[in-house]
Design a protein around this ligand. Sequence first.
Ligand code: SF4
Length: 507
Amino acid sequence: MQDFPREANVYLKDTRHVKILFGLCYPSTYRAGMTGLATHLFYSLLNGRPDTSCERYFRFDVPSPFHSIESRRPLRENHIVGFSLTYETDVVHMIQMLELGGVPVWARERAETDPIVIVGGPAVSANPEPFAMFVDAFVIGEGDQAIHDITEVVMESSSRQHAIDTMAELEGVYVPSRPRSAIRRLVMRNLDEVFHPTRQVVPDVPPGDRHEPVFGRALLVEVTRGCSHSCKFCLVGHICRPHRARSLQTLQNIVSRGLHETPVAKVALIGSSLGDMDQLEELVAFIVSGNHEFSVPSLRADSVTMSLARMLVQSGQRTLTIAPETGSQELRRAIGKGLDDDAIEQAVSIAAEAGIKSVKLYFIIGLPGETHDDVREIPTLVGRLYDISHIRMTVSVNPFVPKAHTRFERYPQPPIEEIRHRLRIVQRGIRDIPQVQMESLDPRLARVQAALSLGDRNMAMVIRLAARYGGLGGWRRAERESGVPFFSVANNGDRLSDELPWSFIQV
Ligand code: SF4
């Protein structure tokens, strides 16, 4: 690929002077991988070790998915290959990368000279079982310290198998080939004491380039982890507890140092519940006072203030993202969102008055207890918000995906036809509201996500074949050929009355 961009802050080590070669893999696009803080965090942590060379691999939009970006190092030459799985469906891309890179896809078929395949990320931390046959060891929870422990185990072990067996003794590491015992999720208690990358890799690309990270050329600054709420459907609210925030002083130091070491003029604040940080406005004022721009991901509606919205506009952010989840206030309360209509209306009104040009609204359909009347309240709410603000709105309506460890883990997903019917209700309802457009996830893809969220090891062959065939049709064909029930896992409530496949993970 000729047009791959140059990047700042890349590490290129002389491998004759290191002991461990680590392949850091993101099984999706370069853009998605470079938008995630995990890529920057583990890249800096590992390359900060004099004994380790860490190089990056992505599935799409790179010269090769199995040669590193930095030195074209073949994937199979690494001692450790580490994947971060943000979405369950990325498992097929992970398998494709292994296969293209000449690493045996099934963990049991790997030999002494093959890399050890480590996987972490929110999807596998909740329920690693569907992926277990492809993975040598999982990191359950936050891997900031575990990544060092694993690297050292591999360095000190006499053989590949010895290393994997020793990893099973590490806290928070799950080795699926060993007898199963309880695994406690790893949590970093005090974020002020946790390393934060300040020298981050940025591609030299113009705005809008397909390699440009989602937040633009920006320094990513992780403000919070976890969330102080626990909406019944939300993975973050259940498996990333407790809510923690870095102190203002620490964040200011990270911003100052980061903007010195990373050649960008913008800061992208990261965190699932940013509004819960007491001094968010002070932090933003500090960034803006240095003539730097900033952006925030979605905000809870009740944390949008006029001064924050004005600073966002001053920084060039044109869109505010909030997640009402439902149109009906009663259903919103029932799912634990704890946000009333007034707060949503006020947030959109503040945004419009401050000069925000568009609002993105996230809704879920098919939630337990939802009626068609509840679904009709989505366009009603959107209509009211338009009347208040007269600004452009994108309404993102996605099917409910039950997730392991959430309060809704045993609830089935409605049948695909029913989901489609509810989508049509919303579509018809917003048709006449000006400047509103709707987007939604394909219900069939949501079905695959749900099956992978709730599944167990039996579905390994389905996953293997789906990776071979590719696309949505590939999942159907894989289910048929393997003879293993797959799609029905997502809406079979009875099956889930038994012991859950993820019950050994202690969150
Ligand atoms: S939906 Fe948002 S507010 Fe609710 S638990 Fe998840 S991250 Fe927190």
